[in-house]
Design a protein around this ligand. Structure first.
Ligand code: 5AD
Ligand code: SF4
Length: 482
């Protein structure tokens, strides 16, 4: 296990080991020497800031990156004035890329003031050839570039950059490898994401993820459970199992296992009180999974079930492999088994060829399912995906108008639903001090809805009963009950 590594015992003058994770321990030991030198010169340790864009997967990757940096001796800093700034990027939608380039320009001004500052950029955007070319050509001040498959190599790449003082680029197009047992630095002490699989094989026609995250690879159940046991021993009570399509979990393992079977094993880990997962694909959500969820005391009463569009015609063009009717039947089945479950979704507006009739089908699904909340997105053309080549891309004004109508409907329904629980007392896991009001704390219900209440930092990480006194659209104000 990583915790048992004694860096002082690693001979950094020897050749680096070939096997992982030993190779990374070796480079971490080497970088530690460099940090000591920095400390002697500057009378302080170097600082590191990681800015994360995008999804829970990236958030978890950033925790791994910070874990390595802390082991090396960096001090965490949330300001971009740090000695090392890493942008962990997302490329699901085009505007995320624009944002990164805008912010890199700002980092360049900071680097002019602190020439020793290092800038690294990683994540999904770096899996795109064009973006790497742009960085090489127009952003020479970026020191390290790496991709989603070699995130675990941070120490090695940092060492290479320190030795060569040149822009260091290492991006793999795909990998079979899953490197375990590296450090990580959790953002929250009491909850954690746990990767159960990487990559995606679904190739929805609008989505760039299969191209940047590669083919599906599942972790061994034994490794997942052992990680969760360690997390539980370290005070974690809530875990979120992460995968692009958790329903495909385990299919390609030497000893295949279903996602529902994995959940049953996770349920047995003592100390874990809440289990969440993201994201199941509606096309292959099994009866077995519904049954396991319905019986479980720990799996949260919440399911994120991306619909993307309510029109069967558009769903076909999206390569989603279910119809509107099949999706609605699935929702029905889930609600029959768990009447109190909260259902959330993702919806894309303005997919190529979407007509007013297609859009009305989406609104119809929204009204029928009555989602507790929905993430709504304007379709973004991602080059390299089949949808980018489709004719009849929808004009911006039409998409914006549909998007507004959809948003109003989604918000109306979610505020009606939150009102239903008013006056009830529910268990809330307190997560953090409220950002706007330090006398308040913020937590989440079992169904993931946010609750703000008056309370102190001592509540953080505890599950407490809270009376829900005000419904504010998609969140509550509550009062502690003890
Ligand atoms: N345009 C808009 N939204 C997209 N998503 C994925 N690709 C695109 C795209 N090209 C959305 C989907 C997915 C969520 C994570 O991002 O709704 O479920
Ligand atoms: Fe993208 Fe579809 Fe895979 Fe989700 S299931 S990551 S939307 S290709």
């Amino acid at each position: 296990m990583y915790n048992e590594i004694d860096f002082d015992k690693i001979d950094i003058n020897a050749e680096p080991p070939v096997n992982e994770p030993d190779r990374q321990y070796y480079f971490m030991a080497k970088c530690r020497e460099w940090v000591w030198e920095f400390e002697r010169e500057n009378k302080r340790r170097p600082t590191a800031c990681i800015q994360t864009f995008g999804c829970q997967m990236n958030a978890r990757d950033s925790e791994k990156l910070m874990g390595v940096l802390k082991a090396i001796g960096y001090q965490e800093d949330d300001s971009e004035k740090a000695d090392l700034v890493i942008y962990n990027t997302c490329t699901v939608r085009e505007n995320a890329n624009q944002k990164v380039y805008g912010r890199l320009g700002f980092l360049q001004t900071l680097k002019r003031k602190n020439p020793k500052m290092k800038i690294a950029i990683c994540g999904c955007m770096m899996q795109e050839k064009d973006e790497i070319e742009t960085i090489k050509k127009s952003y020479r001040f970026v020191d390290i570039v790496f991709g989603t498959h070699n995130i675990y190599q941070l120490a090695e790449l940092l060492d290479r950059q320190i030795q060569t003082q040149k822009q260091t680029i290492e991006v793999w197009t795909d990998t079979e490898k899953i490197v375990e047992d590296l450090p990580n630095q959790r953002k929250f002490l009491f909850k954690s994401g746990v990767n159960i699989m990487f990559g995606c094989n679904n190739f929805c026609s609008y989505c760039i993820v299969p191209y940047v995250r590669g083919r599906e690879r599942s972790r061994e159940p034994g490794d997942i459970i052992s990680e969760i046991e360690h997390l539980a021993a370290d005070g974690v009570i809530e875990i979120m199992l992460l995968g692009q399509n958790v329903n495909s979990y385990g299919k390609t393992l030497e000893k295949p296992i279903t996602f529902a079977q994995l959940l049953q094993k996770v349920e047995e880990v003592e100390g874990i009180e809440r289990i969440r997962f993201m994201t199941p694909h509606p096309k292959d959500l099994s009866d077995e999974l519904i049954a396991v969820m319905a019986q479980s005391k720990k799996i949260c009463r919440q399911i994120h079930l991306p619909i993307q569009s309510g029109s069967t015609r558009i769903l076909k063009r999206m390569n989603r492999r279910y119809t509107k009717e099949q999706y609605l039947a699935l929702v029905e089945k889930i609600r029959t088994a768990m009447p109190d479950i909260s259902i959330t979704t993702d919806i894309i507006v303005g997919f190529p060829g979407e007509t007013e009739e297609d859009f009305l089908e989406t609104l119809d699904v929204v009204r029928r399912v009555r989602y507790d909340s929905a993430f709504t997105f304007i379709y973004s053309k991602r080059s390299g995906t089949p949808a980018a080549e489709m004719e009849d891309q929808i004009p911006e004004e039409i998409v914006k108008e549909r998007f507004e109508r959809l948003l109003m409907e989604v918000q109306k329904i979610s505020s009606e639903l939150t009102k239903k629980a008013l006056g009830k007392t529910e268990l809330v896991l307190i997560e953090e001090q409220n950002i706007q009001n330090p006398e308040m704390v913020t937590g989440r219900l079992n169904n993931n809805t946010v609750v703000h209440l008056v309370g102190g930092a001592e509540l953080i990480g505890k599950i407490v009963p809270v009376k829900l006194t005000e419904a504010k659209g998609f969140y509550y104000i509550g009062e502690g009950c003890d």
